[in-house]
Design a protein around this ligand. Structure first.
Ligand code: FAD
Length: 426
């Protein structure tokens, strides 16, 4: 589309150039907007996510965003399994799924977006808006003015802090230890048990899951893949989390410790816990992980997703715990709904009102569902509902049927139900 046609639709200033920002940029650009992405990180984004599970809904959104979706996107598996402490299968579930890597997904979205409209090293400092326009001021002293500002700047969103102050993430009480191991490093038993399926084990108040993902240079052929794991472990915020996030020099990284700053004694403890509590095939994966790291788990809910000419999207607006495996898909459909509302409503304010109503409803549902799934990590459930959810998701049946599945298999207005064929938009 030429510049004149784009100018007719308007100019969108997008803050944050990760999954949500790239979905918004690609979709708005294809709908005739001038879309400019402003990302705080000066160079290429680091691989912050390891494995990412996909759903049909996500693949559909990727195609609409102009990304190439083919068999090289990830590794396909046919089923799920839960093991006991000895590594024997205690429950299985046929469930086909494509598993990809955060960097791979980011790559296909980046390829679809013109590099000249992606601006690195632009950290949002503040926003000003009036009846006709909105302006982003960046920390490097530059600014950008447009008709719409999209805050896709993640869980600690500076856009949210400016436009809807006072909304903060709430720590869930546990962390996710994560890592990747080359398929070729696995012994025959671990390879046999883990490489062709999604596998779970449930130590008391913990949960570990593994699945295969693409290997180096996005290789998906057998022998060249990797195994990805996520191991949820409780960590009290004031004591254990603080200890985990303190580096060897004594500095406490309250906003998240970089993987390379995690103390060697903390890593040794986690490896020992793997030996002491996990089936040998899972323990082997933890031991062989070259870069072991953790992410604290949070909930975030926003009462408002729009303020004037500003809209929030993705993790900036709602963060559902990773049990739902829905973070990227949610960001994608936020961007899709925003683009559609802008295309069919009379003006930006009407479009943002529709966007907020639709996506706010979905955001609250998925956060609630994922919170229910996380109840089994609580040492002391605080209510009858939490106790019921903890019981429910310690059962491999509901756990495997609802962890990171397509929304077709969830009934989000009744979190915990699995039997529905609801077609809620993700
Ligand atoms: C353990 C774990 C496992 C997960 N597994 C899955 C999964 O299997 N499937 C799935 O779909 N999701 C998964 N997720 C969630 C998923 O990673 C997120 O939902 C997704 O990355 C959100 O994308 P986003 O673009 O909204 O935010 P982010 O990816 O956080 O991106 C925000 C961007 O904004 C930039 N930024 C921040 N501040 C500023 C500023 N002031 N100015 C400019 N730019 C700024 C940041 O640098 C960043 O690039 C998982 C999450 C965790 C923690």
């Amino acid at each position: 589309m030429d510049q004149a046609a784009q100018a007719k639709k308007g100019k969108a200033i997008i803050i944050g150039g990760s999954m949500g920002g790239l979905f918004a940029g690609n979709l708005l650009l294809r709908a005739g907007w001038q879309a400019e992405i402003h990302e705080r990180v000066p160079g290429p984004l680091s691989d912050r996510g390891a494995g990412i599970v996909t759903h049909q809904e996500l693949l559909h959104a990727l195609k609409l965003a102009g990304a190439t979706v083919d068999e090289t996107l990830g590794v396909s598996i046919p089923s799920r399994v839960t093991f006991d402490r000895q590594g024997r299968s205690i429950a299985e579930l046929p469930y086909e799924q494509l598993l990809t890597a955060w960097s791979r997904l980011l790559g296909v979205l980046e390829d679809a977006f013109p590099a000249r409209h992606y601006h690195h090293g632009k950290a949002l400092a503040r926003i000003e808006q009036d009846a006709d326009s909105v302006t982003a001021f960046f920390e490097d002293g530059t600014q950008a003015t447009g008709d719409l500002l999209v805050g896709a700047d993640g869980i600690r969103s500076a856009t949210r802090a400016q436009a809807m102050p006072g909304i903060e993430p709430v720590y869930a009480g546990y962390v996710a230890w994560r890592g990747l191991v080359e398929e070729s490093e696995l012994g025959p038993q671990a390879h046999e048990a883990l490489m062709e399926r999604f596998a779970f084990y449930l130590p008391p108040n913990e949960q570990i899951l593994t699945y295969p993902v693409a290997g180096r240079a996005n290789a998906t052929s057998k022998g060249a893949r990797r195994i990805n794991f996520v191991w949820y472990r409780p960590a009290d915020e004031e004591t254990e989390l603080r200890r985990l996030q303190t580096d060897a020099s004594g500095r406490h990284h309250a906003g998240g410790i970089p993987p390379t700053a995690i103390r060697p004694d903390v890593l040794d403890e986690v490896r020992k816990a793997a030996t002491d509590t996990l089936p040998p095939v899972f323990a082997e994966v933890v031991h062989k992980t070259p870069l072991l790291f953790f992410q604290p788990i949070f909930d975030l809910e926003c009462e408002r997703m729009a303020a004037g000419r500003v809209a929030l999207l993705g993790d900036a607006a709602f963060v559902a715990r990773p049990h739902s495996g829905m973070g990227v898909t949610k960001a994608a459909y936020d961007a899709l709904e925003l683009t559609e509302a802008l295309g069919s409503e009379a003006g930006i304010h009407q479009a943002l009102a529709r966007y907020q109503a639709e996506r706010g409803r979905f955001g609250r549902s998925i956060v609630g569902h994922a919170r229910n799934m996380g109840a089994c990590m609580l040492a002391n459930p605080r209510s009858a509902h939490e106790r019921e959810m903890a019981r429910r998701y310690r059962d491999p049946g509901p756990l495997m049927r609802e962890t990171a599945v397509s929304l077709r298999y969830l009934k989000l207005d009744q979190p915990g139900s699995t039997t529905a064929t609801a077609s809620t938009r993700p």
